[in-house]
Structure formats: C-alpha cells, structure tokens
Design a protein around this ligand. Structure first.
Ligand SMILES: [Zn+2]
Ligand SMILES: [Zn+2]
Length: 396
C-alpha cells in the first residue's frame, strides 16, 4: 500500500471513534473557561498516545507535544490548534446526541474541531518514528469570547513553534470542499460602547434639556457613512449597532443614552482607521448637539491573516486530500466572522482554513450560533487529512 493510501485507510479506521467523541462532546457542552470535562478527555487521550502533556494552560487549555523520532537537531515544530468551547444557546435539534445541558450548545462546531485534532494526534503519533520534526497540539479554551488564545501565548504555548495551522468547519460551505487563502480571511471584531451624556428633563419642554436619544439617532446614522462613504467598496467592513439603551418612560427625556455595537474589518490599517473615525464621528456629533460622549472599545480581536508560505503548504495538502476542483481560494473563503486564531497567527506564521460541513439533506444548513446548527460529520475526515498532510509536508 502506498503511503498515500495508508493515510486514507488510517483515517477511515479512526472515523467511528472520532464521530463518537464528537457526539459525546456535543452532548456535554462547556462554555468558555469551563471546559473542564472536555480538556480532561483531551489530556487523557494525548497522554495515552504518548505525548508530553501540559494542562491548565490559560486555565482550561491543553498543550500536547509529539516529538518526532526522526527529527534532526534543527527539526521544526508545527502547531495544530483546535478550540473547545460551546455557546450559551439552547439546542433545538432533534438528534440522539442533543446537548444534555439546558442553555448550552456546541453551535459552532468546536466539538468537531477538538475531535479532529485528537484524530490527527492519533495518526501522527503512529508515525512518530518517521516524523522529521515535532507537532504541538494546542487545545484552546474560550474562543467564543475571544479570550483563550492570548493567555495561552502569554503562557508560552507558541514557544519553539515555527508555524501553526488550524481549521474551522463551516455550515454554509458545501461538505467535501476546502477553502484556503493567503492574507486576511476572518475579520477583526471590536465591541464598542458609546455613552452619550445629555441633560434630562420633561418631554414636553425639550428646550430645557439636551436629548441624548435624538443625538444617539444621529450618531447611528452618521456611523453608517463610515462604511458607505469612507470605505472602499473593495475593502469590506461592517459597523452594526446591536443594542440601544435609553429612557424609562415615554414622557421623560433621559440623562444618557448608550449604544453598543460591533465593528469588523479585514486589515490592521482599516481596523485602526475605523476605531479612530467611530470615536471622532460620535464625539463630533455629540458635541455639535450640546452633549458629551464617551467611547470605549472592548475585547478586540485582530483579523486572521494567513502567511503566504504556510498557505501554500496547506493548499497542497488540500489538493492532495480532496482534489484540485474542490479547493477554493476566492472570496468564498472570507467571512466577516472573527476568530481568535488571529492571535496565534500574529505570534507565528500560520494558516487557518475552512472545511465545508454544509449538507441540507442531513439538516446541516443552519448558520453558526443557531439553535439548529449542525455539521455534516463527513467533513471531519477531510479536516483530519488536510491537517495531517500539511503537518507532514511542513516538517519535511
Ligand atoms: Zn462561533
Ligand atoms: Zn467557531
């Protein structure tokens, strides 16, 4: 059997266990930094495969190091990253492995990512003797709140790592396809809060007040012009005000109004420009109308930017795995969603790619973060194969 076929058959053999584990994790979702059961399973499986395991990294993160037996003195190390956390969503799927915990659900596919990375660890550990470098498996907590990657890096997870790869299963991208692209693929995400301080009073005597609700309305409209008038149609960006908090009764002008929004961009420069312009426009409008205004940006996540050389490695692996015709590198790979894989990609050169998991025939066609979200599990062996081939190629 050729090495190519040997890998395919090794993956086929692992599929039942990988799917069973994914379903087990799906039944027992854990939110950000609460991934105690999940990380326990991860650590125990990595130890059983003979990896050097570090637990409690960034609270509930796990790192497993597989040292290649054929490594030279200057052997390289590649990291494979998976996220483990679920979401505060009540699952509405009618499946026999439905979430057993009310109000918590794996509605983004991280149960799949964790199981896929463990399967890759299994396959590569069986090839340890031929492995010409090391593979570091990084299981991060708290991706959904953009809180897990940064502390893992601070605690040394990227030390000695030469490159990093990872994948996201995508429910609106057809199963069997792989999307790989150099440059920006996931957007930055910044939450912002604009607090307008006016002057409260009687709704019938507006001349004695400074109405923060009217000012808030102007600010909402003005902020949209940052996208429609100040952003090139070729550089996508989003500003959404998702929450407006103001007032207590119909006949009272409140003292303050608060706007909460999110801003997405695909480059560091564009992100910085929008942060500056949101601040200038909101304070300018507020001041022009006699109010003051505080703007706070919270929990920012940079864009995911793929390294060209690492992307080439993954692209080659993807073509070997699914064939040239099923690998995309166009706009379909872009998403205005964000992912804190971005932090790892800033720390070391890497490539984050997407694996299609959409299949309406199996009910796997709801958006991420939806109570009916699910993935076609046939996407999982595809993910395993691309990650494995890319790691082997990188370490050559
Ligand atoms: Zn998500
Ligand atoms: Zn996700």
């Amino acid at each position: 059997m050729s090495e190519f076929d040997r890998l395919k058959s090794d993956i086929d053999e692992l599929v039942p266990d990988m799917v069973a584990l994914r379903r087990d994790l799906h039944e027992h979702p854990e939110l950000a930094f609460e991934e105690v059961r999940t990380s326990g399973i991860v650590a125990q499986r990595l130890r059983a495969l003979g990896l050097e395991v570090q637990t409690g990294v960034a609270r509930t993160g796990v790192v497993g190091l597989l040292r290649g037996g054929a490594g030279k003195a200057d052997a390289k190390t590649i990291a494979i990253r998976a996220d483990m956390d679920a979401l505060p969503i009540h699952e509405q799927n009618d499946i026999d492995y439905r979430s057993t915990i009310d109000g918590k659900m794996h509605a983004c596919g991280h149960d799949g990512h964790t199981s896929i990375a463990l399967a890759v660890a299994d396959i590569l550990s069986k090839r340890r003797d031929e492995l010409t470098g090391n593979v570091k498996f990084v299981f991060q907590p708290a991706e959904e709140m953009i809180g897990g990657a940064e502390p893992m890096i601070e605690e040394g997870a990227m030390e000695g790592v030469d490159g990093i790869i990872g994948l996201h299963l995508i429910s609106d991208y057809p199963v069997g396809r792989v999307g790989v692209r150099s440059g920006s693929i996931f957007a930055s995400a910044d939450k912002f809060v604009v607090t307008i301080k006016g002057k409260g009073g009687h709704a019938a005597m507006p001349e004695a007040s400074v109405d923060p609700i009217v000012i808030a309305a102007y600010i909402i409209t003005a902020l949209q012009t940052l996208i429609s008038r100040e952003t090139s149609p070729f550089s996508p960006a989003v500003i959404t005000i998702g929450r407006v908090i103001a007032g207590t009764a119909f006949n009272i002008i409140p003292e303050t109004a608060e706007l909460q929004g999110t801003m997405r961009a695909f480059s560091k420069e564009h992100r910085e420009k929008l942060v500056r312009r949101i601040t200038e426009v909101a304070s300018g409008v507020a001041s022009a109308m006699g109010a003051t205004c505080d703007i706070n940006f919270i929990d920012g996540c940079p864009p995911c930017v793929n390294d060209a050389a690492m992307t080439e490695v993954v692209h080659k692996a993807a073509v070997e795995s699914v064939g040239d015709g099923k690998v995309d590198d166009g706009d379909v790979v872009l998403t205005t969603g964000s992912d804190d894989m971005a932090c790892f990609l800033k720390a070391v050169p890497g490539c984050y790619f997407i694996v299609g998991a959409n299949n309406p025939a199996k009910g796997a066609d709801y958006p991420h973060h939806h109570p009916h979200f699910n993935v076609d599990e046939d996407a999982m062996p595809v993910g395993v194969e691309v990650l494995t081939r890319a790691a082997l190629e990188f370490l050559k």
